[in-house]
Design a protein around this ligand. Structure first.
Ligand SMILES: C[S@@+](CC[C@H](N)C(=O)[O-])C[C@H]1O[C@@H](n2cnc3c(N)ncnc32)[C@H](O)[C@@H]1O
Length: 777
């Protein structure tokens, strides 16, 4: 597109004043809006208005920054106070509400965590915060994205872009029927946003709007292991226990409401109406029903002191521990704030139990209790679980019992894909206990033993050995899911003969000649018999990623990305990488499920762990086993959005920095005919995503590269983006990829983060000789 001569002239005039184009552009756009495109006003007096506006914006920025710095501390303190107050109110309110909704107390608890602004953190600087009043049962709204849950703090969005070679495009596209779209009326999603990264590939499982919606519903119904400190309820005195039976890992996601096994003591105090109403019969009914559904058992612990512990668990695995004591002895009793209470408890524990560890904290102790509870698998006649709790209570937190959450779970997982190379004997598997993770507002959203909540064929644990930060709030999904308008339509009719190998049999890789699918990947199978990406293809992708400018960039005539910005000046296309891609065999192929040309679709097979990085990058992903070069690690999974939806999310967001998780799927944007808006897609893992959302950026020499993979859909506007190792990676090494960010791009709606990748080639270091990486978006 030819640049507007008036724009070019304005740039020239500013350049003469020493103002670079990057600074001029956003201000000019703004002025055009303000002056309603009256160029005369801008041009008069040799662009005086423009120059003034630029200087003003610089001054305003500097002043704003200073103000921010001055206020940050005061605000943080104020915010903390408010949130704590809110949490106290919430806890009190919860106590009042329990009798009204006896069937779903834990669900409310979980939702409260999700709702709280505190509970949502993403990005390295996020903090867990106290809980907020639950406004609605999100689980009951099939497509609702929990808005407040998604309020990640201090995250930024990282652009990456990758394009596929334009082969077999635009075949047989069909319109998506309105009634097959998820109903997203409650989903503004408007406060999610993204910085864009270009990815290249397709989802590993067939995705249709229908399956997407079911997935969302079922995931939101899933429970988490969460325990939260509660203030005492003087009305409860007994301490029965529910001893949960082992529940196998399952992908089940029954949409039925979860009935929790809430047990009330028979000997309730002084005529409390809520407890009187709960008769012995109703208690046994609750127990009976929970036994039917999930096999819970009741263990009653003799009452020895004034402190009582209740434990309730749901058939989905939620566990709630509540501590009850009686305040009638102390007529002056009043509920104190959590901080004061924690301090009082810590002082008492340090004195009474001779806990010498200066880092002793009650929160750690509570985590430890939780961990012990989850670890305990007593025989029916062995020591009751309360013993474990008592032991844990005597622990200072640093000596907590070893945990099983370490990713070495080979025998526990179901073998999802049976192809010979899919289960190589892992080399050098390490065991990392996660006993340092402290409780906080968000922790109950995630199961630290398995952040995937059983949805992957391996367990993915989470550890924080660095600080007390909790993981960001998001829904774990193992495969992409359509948000609303994205055109992602899989149908067998659209897969032509050249897009599948229907005449094949067994394992395509054993055949001497390339099958039809291999021909789509450049005439050769992309994988070796060991399931690794072939060296040649891998090296080509690495080179392409390292210096896209040296490779072919495709420039759209009418770039959907620029168009989706919906701005006055639709800018020229910045170019999209033309990439090699992998075509995997799929449903219409004649080969079997164990065919070696099916890797990404089999999902994660490696032992991975989400961990807190020590270098200020927030959470990261690492491997717990040695990985060979070319190994598939995981796919980038998220919500499939149109770019227009993405930009709307970002622009409506009050905190643009929260959107750290978008990638562009721009492989098809170079197609001869301009793509429709619903075909220009991206993935956003802010609210729904998999482990890939934890992968941090490394400039240039990252140990993973993303490769587009075509599975279900011959069109390249939707594809899977899969990560493969670029070299051998040792157990415990952090897994990184190069987001392709231009750290100098000041125009981007979301500011790039300050890179702490530690690479010698870091692009965020100002070296005059270092060339800029490609511009994205
Ligand atoms: C996709 S997320 C990665 C996971 C993230 N660290 C977390 O805690 O959720 C991207 C965000 O991580 C942080 N990040 C990633 N790579 C980084 C790097 N090299 N240096 C500093 N921060 C980084 C930035 O805040 C970025 O916006």
């Amino acid at each position: 597109m030819a640049p507007n001569p008036r724009v070019a002239k304005a740039f020239r005039a500013m350049r003469d004043l020493g103002i670079p184009e990057e600074k001029t552009k956003p201000v000019l756009k703004n002025l055009l809006k303000i002056y309603e495109k009256n160029w005369e006003l801008i041009e008069e007096e040799n662009y005086r208005a423009l120059a003034d506006a630029i200087f003003d914006s610089e001054e305003a920025e500097a002043a704003e920054q200073k103000k921010k710095n001055d206020n940050a501390e005061a605000e943080a303190a104020e915010q903390k106070k408010k949130l704590e107050q809110a949490e106290r109110m919430k806890v009190i309110e919860e106590e009042t509400l329990i009798p009204e909704e006896p069937e779903r107390p834990l669900k409310r608890l979980r939702l409260r965590h999700q709702d709280g602004p505190s509970s949502t953190t993403s990005g390295p600087n996020s903090h867990g915060t106290p809980l907020k009043k639950p406004k609605l049962e999100i689980d009951d709204l099939p497509f609702a994205i929990p808005r407040s849950q998604s309020r990640a703090k201090n995250a930024t969005v990282d652009p990456v872009s990758v394009s596929l070679q334009p082969q077999g495009r635009n075949k047989g596209k069909q319109p998506v029927l309105a009634d097959t779209q998820p109903d997203a009326t409650n989903v503004s999603g408007s406060d999610s946003g993204l910085r864009l990264r270009h990815l290249r590939d397709k989802g590993k499982e067939p995705i249709s709007p229908q399956t997407g919606s079911q997935e969302l519903r079922s995931i939101s119904d899933r429970p988490s292991h969460g325990v939260r400190f509660k203030e005492p309820n003087p009305k409860q005195t007994a301490r029965p226990l529910i001893k949960p039976k082992d529940e196998p890992l399952t992908n089940d996601s029954s949409p039925l409401p979860v009935h929790l096994s809430v047990i009330r003591p028979e000997s309730m105090t002084n005529g409390d109406s809520s407890t009187e109403n709960l008769s012995k019969d109703s208690v046994s009914n609750v127990l009976a029903s929970s036994n039917e559904t999930s096999g819970h058992e009741l263990a009653v612990v003799p009452d020895e002191s004034t402190a009582k512990i209740d434990i309730a668990s749901s058939s989905y695995g939620d566990i709630k521990i509540s501590l009850t004591c009686n305040s009638t002895q102390n007529p002056n009793f009043s509920v104190t704030d959590v901080d004061t209470l924690l301090k009082r408890m810590e002082d008492r524990c340090l004195k009474s139990y001779k806990a010498l560890d200066p880092n002793f904290s009650v929160k750690k102790l509570m985590t430890c209790i939780c961990d012990s509870l989850l670890d305990t698998e007593p025989e029916p006649d062995s020591t009751p679980p309360t013993e474990a709790l008592k032991n844990a209570a005597a622990d200072t937190g640093n000596n907590s019992p070893p945990l099983t959450a370490n990713g070495s779970v080979g025998n526990e997982v179901e073998e999802a894909c049976e192809n010979g190379f899919q289960n190589p004997e892992p080399q050098n598997v390490v065991d990392v206990p996660n006993n340092q993770l402290t409780l906080d507002g968000t922790s109950s959203l995630h199961d630290i033993n398995d952040i995937a909540k059983g949805q992957e064929s391996v367990i993915i644990s989470l550890v924080n050995e660095v600080n007390t930060e909790c993981p960001p709030a998001f829904h774990y999904i193992p495969g992409n899911t359509v948000f609303q308008n994205a055109y992602v339509n899989f149908s067998l009719a659209r897969i032509g003969d050249d897009n599948c190998c229907s005449t094949c049999f067994g394992d395509c890789l054993t055949s001497a000649t390339a099958c039809a699918c291999a021909l789509q990947s450049g005439g050769e199978f992309a994988y070796t018999k060991e399931g690794l990406v072939k060296e040649e293809l891998l090296d080509e992708c690495i080179k392409m990623n390292r210096d896209p400018q040296k490779h072919c960039l495709f420039y759209c005539k009418e770039c959907p990305l620029e168009r989706s910005k919906n701005e006055e000046l639709v800018e020229a296309c910045k170019g999209h990488s033309v990439r090699s891609f992998i075509k995997e065999c799929w449903l219409k192929c004649g080969c079997n499920k164990q065919c070696g040309n099916r890797v990404v679709q089999c999902g994660i097979r490696r032992k991975l762990q989400v961990f807190m990085t020590p270098g200020g990058k927030g959470w990261g992903l690492r491997t717990l086993e040695d990985l060979p070069k070319g190994a598939f690690v995981c796919e980038y999974v998220g919500e499939v959005l149109t770019n227009a939806e993405l930009y709307e999310r970002v622009s409506k967001s009050s905190n643009k920095d929260e959107h750290a998780y978008p990638v562009l799927l721009d492989a098809d944007w170079g197609a001869e005919s301009a793509l429709k808006d619903e075909e220009a897609l991206c993935l956003d893992a802010t609210y729904y995503g998999n482990v890939a959302r934890f992968i941090n950026h490394r400039c240039f020499d990252s140990n993973m590269v993303e490769i587009p993979v075509e599975i279900e859909n011959p069109d390249h506007h939707y594809y899977h983006l899969a990560f493969f190792t670029t070299r051998k990676v040792k157990a415990l090494e952090e897994l990184t990829w190069d987001y392709g960010i231009d750290f100098d791009d000041e125009e981007h709606p979301v500011k790039a983060f300050k890179c702490r990748c530690g690479s010698r080639f870091c692009r965020n270091l100002k070296h005059p000789y270092r060339s800029r990486k490609r511009r994205f978006t």
